[in-house]
Design a protein around this ligand. Structure first.
Ligand code: APR
Length: 238
């Protein structure tokens, strides 16, 4: 194993990386949170109060993703190339609930905010793949109980997934990249501070809330800046 082979990379991604695939971001002017309120669709309280409205919100997004018409873009594909060709470990920690990293060929992907194409039974805990609409009355395929199925997504006020693995990877990485995220939502917004031994770079359309915490920054659309940055890293590191 060469010295280079020991250098692990952690990549945090957010909605901005999927924008050029046609998926809306959250906090841009035309973003999802300009059309619906977080309190109405993305909290456990909203789901308890009005499961039909919450299911409608996720059903529409699931239908769009499952239609086969949303494809990974050059940035997703560049990160898959980085994972395939870099001699150390490359872990993608994504806040996105779409599956575009996987469609683009990435294999080491951790969905800290869950996955849109999965559902979870709140009664038996079973998590299953799901491409169709979900309703408040459907029965769980595992325990058969009705009324307990929910999207396998992490709502505001809930604990993100995989935090132990994420912090271990951040502690051991030598390059931390933050791509297409506004830096508004913790714990993801704090990862740059945790990656203390790493070179840190922000690749985003514009400076994020946490821009000053990064050593390096490249601003522009992800399809351009991520592909260029990956080529640079594969050619000569950082
Ligand atoms: N290329 C790169 N960056 C882009 C592009 C693009 N083509 N288009 C937009 N961006 C940037 C925006 O400038 C913004 O900084 O992507 C960022 C998107 O920020 P948000 O909409 O806040 O999305 P994100 O950071 O992923 O949100 C975090 O908030 O609501 C929750 O659970 C949701 O996972 C989400 C979390």
């Amino acid at each position: 194993m060469t010295a280079r082979a020991k250098q692990n990379i952690v990549v945090l991604t957010g909605a901005g990386i999927s924008k050029e695939s046609g998926l809306d971001t959250f906090r841009d002017a035309d973003g999802i949170w300009s059309k619906v309120r977080i309190e109405d669709v993305a909290t456990p309280e909203a789901f308890a109060r009005d499961p039909v409205a919450v299911h409608e919100f996720y059903n529409a997004r699931r239908a769009s993703l499952a239609s086969g018409e949303v494809h990974p873009n050059a940035a997703h594909i560049a990160l898959a190339k980085l994972e395939a060709e870099w001699p150390g470990d490359v872990l993608i920690v994504t806040q996105n609930i779409d599956n575009l990293h996987e469609q683009g060929g990435s294999r080491n992907v951790l969905h800290m905010h869950g996955e849109l194409l999965k559902i979870e039974c709140q009664i038996c805990g079973e998590i299953s793949n799901w491409l169709d609409d979900l309703s408040a009355t459907m029965a769980c395929g595992h325990c058969q109980a009705r009324g307990g199925l929910r999207p396998h997504v992490v709502w505001f006020g809930e604990m993100p997934l995989g935090m132990d693995r994420i912090y271990a990877a951040l502690d051991g990485c030598r390059l931390f990249l933050s791509i297409g995220t506004s830096g508004n939502v913790y714990p993801a917004a704090g990862f740059v501070a945790r990656a203390g031994k790493a070179h840190t770079a922000e690749l985003n359309l514009e400076p994020s809330e946490g821009a000053t915490f990064f050593v390096e920054s490249c601003y522009g659309p992800a399809t351009k800046v991520v592909t260029a940055y990956v080529e640079k890293v594969l050619a000569k590191g950082w």
